[in-house]
Ligand binder design. Structure first.
Ligand SMILES: [Zn+2]
Length: 273
């Protein structure tokens, strides 16, 4: 009787203790709640000085795609590197530093290949669920571990697209710009290679940032035709750093005289495929 009462009384207390104090009021980022980010700085490139709404995506120079491959290093990364090399395409691999000890050679190979290595934290937490001090410690640990293999990431991809201003500032303090994505391949949902291919191709636009995972064999299978078809449509597959340079080059300064042009670009004119 006593034991039973203790159990009943104890359970809710234990549950309350395990629950984050701010769970009821937590405000997730747009990408965390919508699965993707609009082509707007505060959602796609939070904290950056580049205003993405001023980018003229009809400019031929904007026909670039940033392919991002998350959750490595993974042995599949080597297969992806080879298919990219065969097509003269590039990607950015957002790696989890805690996996470096098991796949150090893979990460080093990615970095040496001319593709980019970004930071995907040390151990893939939902960042806004942990205190700011733990967030910073996580990123600093990751940077130290990347440094041990001679890599210094300048891009940060928050797991699950979950970030807030503090996370963005901490990443910035560690030398990284936070970036989300405009196309979620949904490979993490277990889609087939055909379904992944269709989802991505239907959403391919100038300046798109594609989210895929090297831990998903179906994504590795879908990638060759995604890159081939994208290139046939005149897109170049580039690293995050090259992507930002291209977006910067296509940004139209917002002056009074160009306001009408800006409205034409972003208001009524349909985006080119
Ligand atoms: Zn991830």
């Amino acid at each position: 009787m006593t034991l039973s009462r203790r159990f009943v009384l104890g359970a809710p207390v234990a549950l309350l203790a395990a629950r984050p104090a701010c769970a009821a009021t937590k405000h997730r980022s747009y990408a965390a709640t919508h699965g993707t980010a609009p082509f707007a700085t505060e959602h796609l490139l939070p904290g950056d000085t580049l205003d993405l709404t001023t980018v003229d995506r009809a400019n031929p120079a904007a026909r670039v795609i940033a392919l991002t491959i998350d959750d490595g290093p993974d042995p599949n990364d080597l297969r992806i590197l080879e298919l990219l090399r065969q097509r003269n395409a590039k990607a950015t691999f957002f790696c989890i530093s805690g996996k470096l000890s098991a796949h150090r050679d893979v990460a080093s190979h990615v970095a040496a290949s001319g593709n980019e290595v970004g930071c995907h934290t040390h151990d893939h937490p939902m960042m806004t669920d942990i205190p700011p001090a733990a967030q910073l410690r996580n990123l600093e640990t990751a940077m130290e571990e990347f440094g041990n293999i001679g890599v210094r990431p300048t891009w940060f991809r928050p797991p699950y697209g979950d970030f807030d201003e503090t996370v963005v500032r901490e990443a910035h303090d560690c030398g990284m710009q936070t970036v989300l994505w405009t196309i979620d391949s949904q490979d993490w949902k277990g889609l087939s290679a055909g379904a992944i291919h269709q989802r991505v191709m239907e959403r391919l636009r100038p300046g798109a940032v594609i989210l895929m995972h090297s831990t998903k064999p179906e994504s590795v299978r879908a990638l060759p035709t995604i890159v081939d078809e994208g290139m046939r449509q005149g897109f170049r597959f580039v690293t995050m750093t090259e992507w930002r340079k291209a977006m910067q080059a296509c940004a139209v300064p917002l002056t009074l005289s160009s306001a009408a042009n800006h409205s034409a670009i972003h208001g009524t004119r349909p985006l080119p495929r």
